[in-house]
Design a binder for this molecule. Structure first.
Ligand SMILES: Cc1ncc(COP(=O)(O)O)c(C=O)c1O
Length: 388
């Protein structure tokens, strides 16, 4: 399931310094998907397949639905004290919504890439106070067309060339529906064996595909920023003599100043993690880059020497595989050698470019991953994987 979700992000991600602006007025209103209550004129269009996946969308019949037999088909749910939507109503709006999504994905290129609304224009149209009563579903869906759609930046659009390529996919959307339905709480094996085991298996597949060492253990996070913060926390805890787990850092005069090292082009999540973890802004030393925006190993070595002499305690070096600004790749093998010699934790922030290691000719960085104190992360939008 996970490789399917990652599929689009693994393509080469183009990066430009501007968002393509296409005036909203250039796009005919009738080309946008609408919920059936909408009275604007609809023109039939031939289907052009599922968002480029080469399959023609066909609304499933009830008998096609694999889970039909476990869905209650009478009104018993409606009488339950939880007061949730009656199942038949859910089915009706669910089908309507899936049709809307399929239309949206089929004709996404007919939407403007960027929203044409002005700041606060949407806010001005929303109620000032929380509504006292619920609204009927058809009104909520109408608001999606009327209020939400004009305020969207379409990351899935084929002409969206900013930031990251969209990682959304048909199977991923369906998986999210299923996941919202099952509503798993996956904090322990017992609380959701399926999620726990699926996570471990897919992370093992990915680890193997990227050529990371066999003994690496993986975990999934929501974002790479959280992943990096946890990597730095783990690196900090490795400094066992400081007993940070037991005694923390606050008010301790016996602690040396801690430092993290990353290139000038490293992602801001490293600075944010340092702020949260009590390492502080001055605790992040930025290392100069070469003419191709890659961390200079000799500058890293110099920084470590200077800092040790001045009483700093190195916690972690973060090498980036695919910097956010330039997509440059730090020389991981040379940096790993320094970390091994200096006994400093190495985290490889491969959030942006790491998944390319699945291609055998790009596996160079993961081959350097033989250090015992190494962690590595990759991400798609809303999902980050970290191995340690
Ligand atoms: C290299 C790199 N590291 C970390 C991050 C942070 O990722 P997230 O937005 O998932 O927290 C990004 C995001 O752009 C990135 O490009």
């Amino acid at each position: 399931m996970l490789p399917l979700c990652l599929r689009k992000n693994n393509a080469v991600r183009l990066r430009f310094f501007f968002i393509t602006h296409v005036p909203a007025t250039a796009w005919p209103l009738h080309s946008k998907p609408r919920f059936s209550h909408d009275t604007r004129e609809k023109k039939p269009r031939p289907s052009r397949g599922w968002n480029g996946y080469g399959q023609t969308y066909k609304a499933p019949s009830h008998s096609d639905l694999a889970f039909n037999h476990i869905m209650p088909t009478h009104d018993s749910l409606a009488t339950k004290p939880l007061g949730d939507m009656p199942p038949e109503e859910f089915r009706r709006y669910g089908h309507q919504l899936v049709d809307w999504i399929a239309d949206f994905l089929t004709h996404i290129d007919e939407h403007p890439v960027s929203s044409a609304i002005k700041p606060d224009e949407l806010r001005a149209q929303l109620p000032k106070a929380p509504p006292q009563t619920g609204e009927p579903m058809h009104e909520i869906l109408a608001d999606v067309d009327r209020l939400i759609m004009p305020a969207m930046t379409h990351w899935n659009h084929p002409e969206f060339f900013a930031y990251f390529v969209s990682s959304g996919s048909g199977p991923g959307i369906l998986a999210e529906m299923l996941s919202a339905t099952l509503n798993p709480n996956a904090m322990l094996w017992k609380s959701c064996p399926a999620a726990t085991e699926l996570e471990q298996v897919t992370l093992d597949w990915l680890r193997e595909m990227m050529g990371l060492p066999k003994d690496f253990w993986g975990i999934m996070y929501d974002t790479a920023s959280i992943s990096i913060m946890h990597a730095l926390a783990a690196a900090r805890e490795q400094l066992a003599d400081l007993q940070l787990r037991e005694h923390g850092m606050a008010g301790r005069k016996d602690l040396p100043r801690l430092r993290v090292y990353a290139s000038e082009h490293a992602h801001s999540s490293i600075d944010k993690a340092a702020l949260i973890l009590g390492i502080g802004k001055t605790g992040v030393r930025k290392i100069a880059v070469d003419e191709r925006f890659r961390m200079r190993p000799e500058a890293l070595q110099r920084a470590l020497n200077e800092d040790r002499a001045a009483g700093w305690r190195p916690v972690c070096v973060v090498a980036t595989v695919g910097t956010t600004s330039m997509t440059s790749i730090d020389p991981v093998a040379a940096i790993a050698k320094i970390c091994e010699r200096e006994n400093v934790w190495l985290h490889v922030d491969a959030a942006y470019g790491g998944s390319a290691a699945i291609v055998p000719s790009c596996a160079g960085c993961s081959k350097a991953a033989s250090l015992p104190t190494l962690s590595s992360s990759i991400r798609t939008n809303g999902c980050s994987c970290r191995w340690i």
